[in-house]
Design a protein around this ligand. Sequence first.
Ligand code: CTP
Ligand code: MG
Length: 195
Amino acid sequence: MLHDLLLQLTVVLIQAVGALWLAIPALIANPSAVIFGGGTPIDFGRKFYDGKRILGDGKTWKGLIGGGAAGAFIGVIQQLIALNIGSPYFPPFSGDAVTAVLIVTILGYGALIGDAAGSFIKRRLGMGRGDRAFLLDQLTFLVVALLFVFFAFPFLFFTYFWNVPALITLFVLTPILHRIVNIIGYRMGKKDVPW
Ligand code: CTP
Ligand code: MG
């Protein structure tokens, strides 16, 4: 009995920690965009049919390219760590090096494309750059990064992300982490607002 319970708890823990571990490239990409960002906006200053900016000045090419690369870079380091320690809590992205690089790249850039999609929605709702959009700001990037994994690497998606402990952990912790990192960014003078 007790043994069964402990075993089940271990499985839940492995699912929760494993998903968080594999989502790190996406979680890193967003704050990295703040560090690398600035300069030419992705929408080149253009407006949408509604007369409002397509994405706004908060989404720049440097942030997109640099942030995505930073997420992927951390993912490559994780891959090396995972292969070395061989722990079920910290799985590698793939057994194959090239596939692993593709996966971490998809996670990093998926997150920032999702982040830009969130801004697109905010602009359509008439919200200005930096206006606070609860959940949209904190979760769009994660949902889109996971969607990318679902389409490109369904096996990885169903193995590690599509289970209750994984989803609960990611969707509860991501907004909290997002908030903490943004407060730090604000204190460091990297962000104008603490959200
Ligand atoms: N950033 C960037 N390029 C990106 C994403 C972010 O340069 N692709 C930088 C911008 O300096 C941005 C900051 O990171 O202001 C914070 O990102 P975020 O909070 O996502 O943007 P906001 O300025 O709040 O704009 P929005 O309302 O469109 O979300
Ligand atoms: Mg913001």
